[in-house]
Design a protein around this ligand. Structure first.
Ligand code: NAD
Length: 372
């Protein structure tokens, strides 16, 4: 055995097996997750890491087979795991179900149950894909940002009800944030900024909303603890504009749940395709849930044409943020870049659709491009 193989063998013996809960879900979920698993298996071979996969039902398929979008067995598998890899859930079959029997209800439930209070979404514009975006290439030049979104508070989780008002029926959605919820997400964003270019944009609507005023006060109170990070406060409407005008000027953006939902989708579109975007949902500690930003894409499910890159890049995030496997994370990102630079494209990012390759072929090329 040569030195390199001896080294890999040594890491394999020393490294502890990481348990990964795999929840493929619906539509293209199982198709893209299969490619991500191929990539993880290749990294076991190349870097000596060890993974154990346990599969669970979630979303529409779980409604069909178990009568609930988030069965207790699946939650148990996730709680025992070191990290969760999720495909996507949902589809027209379940769209008219009652709220408890909708796949998306399972998504909110799993985040709450696993204590995942932050969602991290990188939006990186690959040079070779600048033409796939609707924005001018010169505006996109150098765009590499991360949106850190609060995930378990705010208006999505506040009390909601209807009532009879003086002028007919009224609907009420309440937005509540406590200082603890704000502080933990803001601290996580400061830590992410410290590892990058040390710039943090905190986005709120402090000119109008009381929750935003508490948000801004909290950011200002803890900012001195991260004195190496430069903080900018940006109103959400201005941020939405600046993301289109000067996206490369942002590095880390931190914001509350609903603003983050909207801004991270806007940032996603800078990159050209939703099929390229990874995400991490984190809580306290290293545990995380990793998933592509896209949904189950029922329009292309079962055709073998979905882009698996978002899910494969989510594995790179998992390696970096949960396991600290920086070598394998960088290797995956480099392999993706090299495959794209060589001109290979799935249909969603191909200019010439007749030359597009399928999900499995894209996964195989990335596996083949992986190097230690
Ligand atoms: P979607 O992201 O599934 O699809 C939007 C468009 O992007 C479609 O045209 C689709 O074909 C395309 N697309 C998405 N991912 C792609 C990929 N990897 N490769 C190539 N093309 C891709 O959003 P939608 O159509 O609004 O929602 C479909 C279902 O997914 C709904 O039931 C929705 O509730 C659910 N959804 C789930 C999640 C999740 O699981 N986290 C997120 C968003 C939407």
């Amino acid at each position: 055995m040569d030195n390199y193989n001896l080294h890999v063998e040594w890491i394999r013996t020393m490294s502890e097996t990481k348990k990964i809960a795999v929840i493929a879900g619906d539509g293209i979920g199982p198709e893209v997750v299969a490619e991500a698993i191929k990539v993880m298996k290749k990294t076991e071979e190349l870097f000596g890491y060890k993974f154990e996969f346990e599969h669970g039902l979630f979303g529409g398929i779980a409604i069909d087979e178990k009568g609930t979008p988030l069965p207790q067995e699946t939650l148990d598998i996730c709680q025992k795991a070191d990290a969760v890899l999720l495909g996507a859930v949902g589809g027209p079959k379940w769209d008219n179900n009652s709220k408890e029997l909708r796949p998306e209800t399972g998504l909110l439930g799993i985040r709450k149950a696993l204590g995942l209070f932050s969602n991290i979404r990188p939006a990186v514009v690959f040079d070779c894909l600048k033409d796939a975006s609707t924005l001018k290439p010169e505006v996109l030049e150098g765009t590499d940002l991360i949106v850190v979104r609060e995930l378990t508070g705010g208006i999505y989780f506040g009390e909601k009800f209807r009532r009879e008002g003086a002028q007919g029926e009224e609907a009420v959605d309440t937005c509540v944030y406590n200082v603890t919820e704000i502080e933990r997400i803001v601290r996580q964003a400061f830590e992410v900024a410290q590892k990058r270019s040390k710039r943090l944009a905190s986005v709120d609507k402090a000119n109008v909303l009381e929750t935003s005023r508490l948000w801004r006060e909290t950011v200002n109170r803890i900012a001195p603890e991260y004195s190496d990070v430069e903080v900018e406060h940006v109103l959400v409407d201005n941020c939405a504009m600046q993301l289109l005008r000067r996206p490369s000027s942002f590095d880390v953006i931190v914001t509350e749940n609903m603003f983050g939902d909207i801004l991270s989708d806007e940032a996603a579109m800078l990159t050209g395709s939703i099929g390229m975007l990874s995400s991490a949902s984190l809580g306290e500690g290293s545990f995380g849930l990793y998933e592509p930003v896209h949904g189950s894409a029922p329009d292309i499910a079962g055709q073998g044409i979905a882009n698996p890159i978002a899910t494969i890049l989510s594995v790179a995030l998992m390696f970096r943020l949960t396991f600290g496997y920086e070598d394998a994370a960088t290797a995956i990102e480099t392999a993706v870049k090299n495959v794209l630079d060589a001109g290979h494209r799935t249909g969603d990012i191909a200019v010439d659709k007749s030359k597009a390759i399928g999900t499995g072929a894209m996964g195989d090329l990335i596996v083949a491009a992986l190097r230690n």
